[in-house]
Design a protein around this ligand. Structure first.
Ligand code: NAD
Length: 288
């Protein structure tokens, strides 16, 4: 058996054109242009590429964006001041602070300073709490992209055994929560594995849907995967052979039922969901 390739790029392109249509209608109806403010601290090359891609995607969808580039030796108070200014700027609907931040700055403090109604990454504790309760304002971009991919590829999650490898706040924990919540793209039976998990292979082999967000190149190999499983690879690593994921695609694809490629899998969906959240933030900003 050879796996069906889950083409995240194609699904993201459909979603982006839906958002462009919705944005144009929103602008015509309300005379408001949705706007994202991106904050980039330091010179991390990968972060620069991510922010540039996000800005280009905004432009293509008719969403305004502005970039605040700040030096890596910036004081935490200066960054907090900028976040506060953006919170108070009525023309800005979404605020994105690109991670990672320099180690001299408290990421937690900065993310908590973002007004929860402009928190398009959905990292603020208020938005995390709402997601956990199944009443989200915004859903975090990468997990939301994965869930949309499953829904739009008609991969049933209700009652199915899902294993998530990784428990980060950005991917592992929220995707596990969202797939276990009630509703479309949820209702799964979810197990979370992490660095202290024992007998990892035994658990991952039970997965009908395996989501891998471990941050180690080609970590998941054929012996960890059940025949016919759906495998979602969140990892992105630059290597001599180009971009690779957390899954050893060559060994896993022949036995999986469906698999995301890297690149062209989860990554493009993450960007599409940022646009969706920015439009939603603009919609929520309208007077009731
Ligand atoms: P992270 O490093 O914050 O978390 C990795 C998790 O893996 C941890 O929770 C840890 O407990 C777990 N882990 C480590 N070793 C393990 C082991 N031996 N067995 C089981 N679990 C183990 O990573 P993250 O931020 O969740 O990102 C994961 C990957 O996804 C990275 O490659 C990152 O670059 C990528 N990523 C991609 C996107 C995208 O849009 N495609 C978005 C976010 C992250």
């Amino acid at each position: 058996m050879t796996a069906i390739l889950l083409d995240g790029k194609a699904v993201a392109s459909t979603i982006r054109s839906e958002i462009a249509d919705e944005t144009s209608k929103f602008k015509a109806d309300h005379g408001v242009v949705p706007k994202l403010a991106a904050v980039l601290v330091g010179e991390d090359p990968a972060s620069q590429v991510y922010v540039r891609n996000k800005q280009r995607a905004c432009e293509a969808a008719g969403i305004d964006s502005e970039l605040h580039r700040l030096p890596g030796d910036l004081a935490e108070t200066q960054l907090l001041k900028l976040v506060s200014d953006l919170n108070h700027d009525a023309s800005v609907h979404g605020i994105l602070v690109q991670l990672p931040l320099p180690s001299t700055i408290s990421t937690e403090k900065v993310l908590q300073a973002v007004n929860p109604t402009k928190d398009v990454d959905a990292f603020h504790p208020e938005n995390v709490g709402r997601m956990v309760q199944g009443k989200p304002r915004f859903l975090p971009c990468t997990p939301q992209g994965i869930q949309q991919l499953l829904i739009r590829q008609q991969i049933e999650t209700a009652g199915r055994r899902v294993v998530v490898i990784g428990r980060s706040d950005i991917v592992g924990k929220p995707i596990a929560c969202m797939l276990g919540n009630r509703g479309v793209g949820g209702d799964a039976t979810v197990t979370i594995c992490h660095s202290k998990t024992l007998e990892l292979n035994t658990i991952t082999r039970q997965a009908e849907i395996l989501i891998v967000a471990i941050g180690r190149p080609k970590f998941v190999t054929a012996e960890m995967v059940q025949q016919g499983a759906v495998v979602i690879d969140v990892g992105i690593h630059r290597s001599d052979e180009g971009l690779v994921g957390d899954v050893d695609f060559a060994s896993v694809a022949p036995l999986a039922g469906a698999i995301t490629p890297v690149p062209g899998g989860v990554g493009p969906l993450t960007v599409a969901m940022l646009l969706k959240n920015t439009l939603r933030a603009a919609q929520l900003s309208l007077p009731a």
